[in-house]
Design a binder for this molecule. Structure first.
Ligand SMILES: Nc1nc2c(ncn2[C@@H]2O[C@H](COP(=O)(O)OP(=O)(O)OP(=O)(O)O)[C@@H](O)[C@H]2O)c(=O)[nH]1
Ligand SMILES: [Mg+2]
Length: 438
């Protein structure tokens, strides 16, 4: 994961803080050094790192905790807040409305692939996107985009015979009238050079895009500064997309590009496939690193498969046996379970502890659980704690299952409930901090 080192440094710092009687200069300096080291190792520019830790220390020394928060909780909140604003602040909603979008960046940064991913994103949201192939520099760039367009059923406009991208842009804009999101690919170079910058300025003047997106790869490192500044000066970047987030444990250079451009990272690319595009949310990102768990993402994933209500209940720790069953079923249909469970700290561990592995219940067993639940009274389903000795026997007879299978289901349910209550997302720094003993 990107910024992996920062994640472990933060968790470590929180543990150290927990083990300390009170917050003093020494522990804050220690924390600041840990964060500095981790960020430097993740390729963040040294000046930015020192600015950031200075802010954290200044606030931690000078600010009084708001009522209801202990000094320690307050320090953790400051670290969280400052890291979030370092990564561009609270994510803004991505507006789903007609737009012209121009992508730019160096060779191989992922522009063409990202054009396809964005088109798919907008199409899914109900808009009518089209793609424009304005990379006349890389051989077969047009064909690459056409292939992506075919994959997602989005038209591609271009002219593989024309060598001047400005002419292509002028020509195709006459044909894109009925599309509401126009996404233009542009050509890269192996390094920043005046030709590329001139070309992007010209394309920008012809297309007049609302969104001018800098595409950079997560492993770019310190070069992010120079690149983002040049594109910023040329056309004024409105947002950044970082690709290949799946491929590096560093990524700090790219992620802090917003510090130079003032433009937010809006999306991240997390794989080569066309669906591997995620909205970037600094709050979520830092929460995940610290281990708050990414409950927001879980609920969003659930929304996509229509499982929102139960997911919310599960997350809140209040759910009936029926809802628990539904949740397992829905989670199983959500696809990448391991990804989902990773978002909740401790959840995957819980999965391993449970008999038969909660995340991996076989179809046969799911059927038995269904029969068991169907043999329960309404009261029992709502309050499974009622189910003991004689009730278990009755349910076993009614469902044709063994008593041990009923106990297994009840055990899973109770353990999950306990776990979820413990991790209930409430005030940041409350239940979460208990994990660390604060
Ligand atoms: N793992 C991973 N690979 C990616 C991602 N985005 C793009 N790629 C891969 O990166 C390579 C370059 O991607 P392109 O989209 O062709 O990059 P480009 O910026 O258009 O490159 P040029 O046209 O040469 O300037 C391809 O092999 C992509 O499959 C990502 O998010 N994750
Ligand atoms: Mg390309």
């Amino acid at each position: 994961m990107v910024l992996e080192k920062l994640g472990s440094a933060l968790k470590n710092s929180i543990r150290k803080l927990a083990g300390r009687g009170f917050v003093d200069k020494e522990i804050l300096e220690d924390m600041s050094r840990d964060i500095q080291r981790a960020l430097l190792q993740s390729d963040v520019n040294v000046k930015l790192v020192f600015e950031l830790t200075k802010k954290i220390k200044d606030r931690a020394f000078n600010e009084k905790p708001p009522s209801g928060l202990t000094q320690k909780e307050h320090v953790i909140n400051i670290v969280y807040d400052e890291l979030v604003s370092f990564l561009g602040g609270k994510a803004q909603e991505i507006e789903i409305k007609p737009a012209r979008i121009l992508l730019m960046g160096l060779f191989g940064s992922g522009k063409t692939t990202t054009c396809g991913k964005l088109a798919k994103f907008y199409k899914k949201k109900g808009l009518k996107p089209c793609l424009i192939a304005c990379d006349t520099y890389r051989p077969a760039a047009y064909e690459q985009l056409v292939q992506l367009g075919e994959q997602i059923g989005v038209p591609v406009f271009g002219n593989p015979k024309e060598k001047d991208s400005r002419k292509v842009m002028e020509e195709v804009l006459k044909k894109t009238g009925k599309y509401d999101v126009i996404i233009a690919d542009s050509s890269g170079r192996d390094a920043l050079n005046p030709n590329m910058i001139k070309e992007i300025e010209d394309l920008n003047n012809i297309l007049k895009p609302e969104e001018r997106v800098l595409v950079i790869s997560a492993d770019l490192g310190q070069k992010a500064e120079e690149q983002s500044k040049s594109f910023q000066e040329a056309v004024g970047i409105t947002s950044v997309i970082i690709t290949k987030m799946d491929g590096t444990a560093k990524g700090g250079g790219a992620l802090s590009a917003c510090a130079y451009t003032g433009a937010q990272v809006k999306f991240i690319g997390t794989g080569e496939k066309i669906e591997s595009l995620e909205k970037f949310d600094a709050e979520r990102f830092i929460s995940r690193l610290i281990g708050f768990g990414d409950l927001k993402t879980l609920v969003e994933k659930a929304k996509e498969v229509g499982a929102e209500k139960t997911a919310e209940k599960i997350v809140s720790g209040k759910f009936t046996l029926e809802e628990f069953y539904e949740q397992i079923e829905q989670m199983q249909s959500m696809g990448s379970l391991s990804q989902i469970t990773k978002m909740i700290p401790g959840f995957s561990k819980l999965g391993k502890k449970l008999p038969g592995n909660f995340m991996d219940i076989q179809e046969e067993k799911m059927k038995k659980f269904r029969y068991i639940i169907d043999s329960m009274t309404l009261e029992e389903k709502k309050n499974p704690d009622l189910i003991t000795g004689s009730r278990i026997k009755r349910i076993a007879d009614g469902s044709g299952c063994n008593e041990s299978e009923i106990r297994e289901l009840l055990k899973m349910y109770k353990q999950s409930r306990k776990m979820m209550k413990m991790m209930k997302p409430g005030r940041r720094g409350s239940s979460f901090l208990k994990q660390f003993g604060i």
